[in-house]
Design a protein around this ligand. Structure first.
Ligand SMILES: [Ca+2]
Length: 182
């Protein structure tokens, strides 16, 4: 699967997908604020599409007020999960993910996980290594990652993306954004 993965500069994209959380609960408020500093909101509201909100904290952030912290307690960062059908009827060519990350040291084994499932059955999974791209400790760094949409991915498949702290070391992720190229 790794051969389909390429680290690319964030090219212009034809469409953005995102979601806006309702203001009904504290957790949803967190997600909404997180959304608003990242990207254009172009789909209806799907409050279930952000995951792992329990990792949000205020102490170390790229943009106020929240960023996701992962460590030995929580290895999966704040991330995104939604059905492709919610992005529109077109066939997508690329899944683009961007985020900012801060690593307290450069020797951290972390991966961007991109998973696709259909009816709860995994049809695609890749863990894209980040450690070779970590330039400097304790500085926020932007990652832009695009990968080709796997064959036989349809509107009823569901995408999940998040950062996985494989070796359980402390790191931070912020301004997570997902978009599709058609
Ligand atoms: Ca933030």
């Amino acid at each position: 699967m790794k051969n389909v993965v390429k680290l690319l500069l964030f090219a212009s994209v034809a469409a953005f997908i995102s979601c806006e959380a309702p203001d009904a609960t504290e957790n949803d408020n967190k997600a909404g604020e997180q959304d608003s500093n990242a990207y254009v909101i172009s789909t209806p509201m799907y409050p279930e599409c952000w995951i792992n909100e329990h990792t949000l904290q205020r102490e170390v952030v790229h943009t106020q007020p929240w960023a996701s912290k992962i460590d030995s307690s929580w290895q999966d960062s704040y991330g995104y999960r939604d059905f492709f059908r919610n992005a529109g009827p077109q066939m997508l060519k690329l899944i683009n993910v961007s985020f900012w990350a801060l690593f307290p040291k450069t020797e951290i084994d972390a991966k961007l996980v991109v998973g696709i499932d259909s009816m709860e059955t995994q049809t695609f999974w890749v863990g894209i290594e980040l450690k070779d791209s970590i330039k400097t400790a304790n500085e926020w760094q932007k990652f832009n990652i695009s990968l080709g949409t796997p064959a036989k991915t349809g509107p009823d498949h569901r995408l999940t993306v998040y950062v996985w702290g494989f070796d359980k070391q402390r790191m931070y992720v912020d301004d997570f954004a997902v978009s599709y190229t058609y």
